[in-house]
Design a protein around this ligand. Sequence first.
Ligand code: ADP
Ligand code: MG
Length: 498
Amino acid sequence: MLPQVIAAEPALELIGGAGIHPRLSGTDNPSMTASPAPLDFARLPLTPAALANLQLLGYTQMTPIQAASLPIALLGKDLIAQAKTGSGKTAAFALALLANLNARRFAVQAMVLCPTRELADQVTQEIRRLARAEENIKVVTLCGGVALRGQNASLEHGAHIVVGTPGRIMDHLERGHLDLSALNTLVLDEADRMLDMGFFDDIAKVARQCPPERQTLLFSATYPEGIAKLSQQFMRQPQTVKVEAQHEASKIRQRWYQVRDSERLHTVSKVLNHYRPASTLAFCNTKLQCRELVQVLKAQGFSALALYGELEQRERDQVLVQFSNRSCSVLVATDVAARGLDISQLEMVINVDVTPDSEVHIHRIGRTGRADEEGWAISLASMNEMGAVGRIEQLQNVESDWHKVEDLTPASQEPLVPPMVTLQIVGGRKEKIRAGDVLGALTGEAGFTREQVGKINVNEYSTYVALDRRIADEALQKLSAGKVKGKSVRVRLLDDES
Ligand code: ADP
Ligand code: MG
């Protein structure tokens, strides 16, 4: 049977991406006061506690993909949902699986398959935030790179929800650690990326071990062929919803520069010196180009890190932490490596190479100009990329705004330095360190202010703290000499050589 397609479109164009516009809140419009506005979460059959929690999280309205998919998912129907990265897909399935869950029943009732550990971690965090309203709901993350034994112990303590990568979940199933007989909801998140990574067979095996009458939700940024194959095998009459990849034009300012291939990488540093964005995601078409760009940027004194497929998990974690906490100015990435990552506060996206796939261009530039912020999307194109530029113009239905490389004059003679520095503490969740402990140590005895401390990421074995660059050395000394949670800790500053 053919999936039914419901496209959520023009009415939602005003909103664009994950950005929520306060202007649209229902009560502003007198004709809508009788029933909740179209994007109001109160339209959904959610508990008052869940609605209140959404308010607390600052989720004042549904994003377009949430508005399109939640009514269907909450009815228990199978669903294929397609929307670009950053559009709020996680909450779209998380609210549905939480609504299906009985906290008093100690069995795995929902499972989310994700392509990578960091995506699984992001999903787990979002589910935990959304589950806060309910009773004690246990979410366990099952990914590779960590001993099976500890994960098994967590499962034995009772888990309501399991989030993990297909490979590791297979391992647990094969060892009999994971009982899926009570599963209500199976979610395939970032399905396109899981297919890219060759997980089809693992997904198939895992799905076959789930009860046949379960609900299956499939989320994806793009819709490659393999998705139809997945859905035919594992889904029951799925409905399809899709939010077109359009952005609110005014929030992303796009400019194009024509370059010769030989000057492309140096033009990136001219762009950075001219616009001076605090955080930039630079896309290259190949890994090799990523590496070369990072070298060029570093040689010129920028703080830049590369993200590409083959990094070890620990390296990837550190790169992402440093970029997202604003202690690295430029993250240079391939499309595959950057897919699905939720990075907020991105002032600029640079298309170092033009992508041959115009949809990918839309996904790339949609990383900036989120929420109420504006963003720059700067693209470099050589003569032989003009065909691809034409296709992008067609898809976006706007003419490219060309500027001259000569106009890229430095806005300052000072080097572009990230505002923060990352301090690593050896010890993380396993040592029961919490963000509050670290913040306490820094603002208590060490005497720093809350404003001088940025994002704190507590990982399994390490904790990363963003510090105002100006206090970093002093904080390092004080923490080395002092204590966190009553214990001495080993600390070091990460620079972009690590
Ligand atoms: P996707 O999976 O589509 O890439 P995410 O689920 O990671 O997107 O969501 C992107 C960001 O938007 C997250 O930081 C999330 O907390 C936020 N978000 C999701 N839904 C809402 C909402 N209704 N209102 C405000 N922010 C939201
Ligand atoms: Mg996602």
